[in-house]
Every structure is written in C-alpha cells, then in structure tokens.
Design a protein around this ligand. Structure first.
Ligand code: ADP
Ligand code: ADP
Length: 229
C-alpha cells in the first residue's frame, strides 16, 4: 500500500497587491511507497514546500486529494494528522523551553497519554540526552534541527516528512542528519524529504520524484534515475 497518495493536486496562491495569482502546483499525482526514503527533488520555486505545507495542513489546497496512510486529509483529518510527523524548514522554538519540555508540550498537543510519552527515548535517539534540561536557545543549529526531528515523532507516526532538512548546514552536520534519517527509516518509519541537492537525494533516497515549475517531471527508483543522467 502507498504511505501517501497524492492525486491531481492543484494549488493556486491568490493575487497579492501587484503580484498576479501563482499556480504553484499544476495537477500533481504520485504515490509514496511504504517503508522507504522518498526524495522530492527540484529547484527553488518548484513547489516542494507548497506540497509539504498542504500535507501539514498549513496551506489549503485548491483541488485534488491526499491520503495519508489511507486517511483522506479532508474527510479523515484526525487520523491523517496522527499518521504523519512534519519537520519544518525553519527552526522555531520558544527559547526558554528545554528540549524535554518541548517534547512534553508537543506530546500534550497530540494527546499522547503520560504513560505513552517517549520524550526521554526520543532525546536519546537524536543524541540529545545530555541536553535534556538545557535552554533551547543554548543549543547549536545542528542540535536544534535534531530536536525538531524528535518533536515531529512524539506521536509515533509511521511517516516522517522533512522540508529541506540540510539546507544551509555544513558537510559534517549533513552527514549526521543523513545518518539519523537512515536510522529512523531502518526502524520502520517511511521518510519523505525535499531537497534541491541531487547528491543528497542520490545518497539517501531509494526513490526520487523530480518536480519543476509545479509539475511532476519524473518519479523513479534512484538507480534508474541516476542511470539516465
Ligand atoms: P520550493 O519549496 O520548491 O522552493 P515553493 O512551494 O516555496 O517552492 O514555491 C512555489 C511557487 O509558489 C514559487 O513561485 C513561490 O514564489 C510561490 N509561493 C510560495 N508561497 C507563496 C505564497 N504564500 N503566496 C504566493 N506565492 C507563493
Ligand atoms: P522555499 O523556496 O525554500 O520554500 P521561500 O523563500 O520560497 O522558501 O519561501 C519562504 C516563505 O515565504 C514560505 O513560507 C513561502 O510560503 C513564502 N513565500 C514564498 N514565495 C512567496 C510569494 N511570492 N508571496 C508570498 N509568500 C511567499
């Protein structure tokens, strides 16, 4: 079964001031298979963030449908939400909260019962156990990104989506993040990530969809795609 099923997805942003309306997604359809690491590759402005923000419920689609783990995001919003964890591109935390508190707050928002919470386990998984009670503002950029990944996993979703997880990070941290994503995937989490680095998609993903100017250009196993280039 598909982890995510996207059909005829269209997004038109309304005109703003002098800016005309913008057709950011022009009828995109594809499936994300269960169990792999799926890369959504494309240049800036291609529509990657728009697609992810629609899945995350942050942006309203114009038309089309998305099913997450079989749950339609419109008709079965509650279940869809519980099956996906989203790691946004921007780092946003209340600077006075500790990593442990960030995870506990997020668990509360998702209605995770106290005895089912995994804050400690998640901090270990992202190698932040020793920062449990630090102020989040004292964390390095890499630590903050790892905390965001843990935060997306508090409700144990089967799918994790990351928007440009390594944009603007150095080589060393990029390797660390790739390793973390691979670890989560080997524990059974289906991963979707956007990137504009071909190298990142090739190294990490077993399947790559290429999006350009709001349209799907290719969608293939990585080895077939690399063979084409
Ligand atoms: P990517 O993530 O691939 O860089 P985006 O989804 O951010 O692409 O953007 C796709 C297109 O939609 C771009 O032309 C962008 O300028 C436009 N766009 C994105 N967000 C908005 C918005 N809130 N209002 C109007 N246009 C937008
Ligand atoms: P990315 O391409 O990585 O998504 P952008 O710089 O295009 O980053 O977008 C940053 C933010 O600005 C996003 O929240 C996006 O929705 C918004 N945005 C992008 N393009 C436009 C636009 N033309 N009008 C309004 N908001 C936009």
């Amino acid at each position: 079964d598909a982890a995510i099923e996207i059909r005829d997805l269209v997004k038109e942003y309304a005109a703003q001031g002098d800016a005309p309306p913008k057709l950011a997604l022009k009828g995109v359809s594809f499936d994300v298979p269960e169990g792999g690491i799926f890369g959504l590759l494309g240049p800036n402005g291609a529509g990657k963030s728009t697609l992810i923000n629609i899945m995350a419920g942050l942006v309203m689609k114009t038309s089309g449908s998305i099913r997450i783990w079989g749950h339609d995001i419109d008709r079965d919003h509650r279940n869809a939400k519980m099956c996906i964890g989203i790691v946004p591109q921007e780092i946003v935390f209340d600077p006075f909260f500790t990593p442990f508190e960030v995870l506990e707050n997020q668990s509360g928002m998702y209605g995770v019962a106290k005895h089912l919470r995994r804050s400690e386990e998640l901090l270990r998984a992202v190698h932040l156990a020793d920062k449990r009670d630090a102020y989040s503002r004292s964390l390095s950029g890499g630590m903050k990104r790892r905390l965001l990944i843990a935060k997306a996993m508090v409700h144990s979703p089967p799918i994790l989506v990351l928007d440009e997880p390594t944009a603007g990070v150095d080589v060393e941290l990029r390797r660390q993040l790739w390793e973390l994503v691979s670890e989560l995937n080997s524990e059974g989490v289906t991963v979707v990530l956007t990137t504009h680095y071909l190298e990142e998609a090739e190294q990490l993903c077993d399947r790559i969809a290429i999006i350009g100017n709001g349209e799907l250009i290719a969608n293939k196993p990585t080895r077939e795609l690399v063979g084409m280039a």
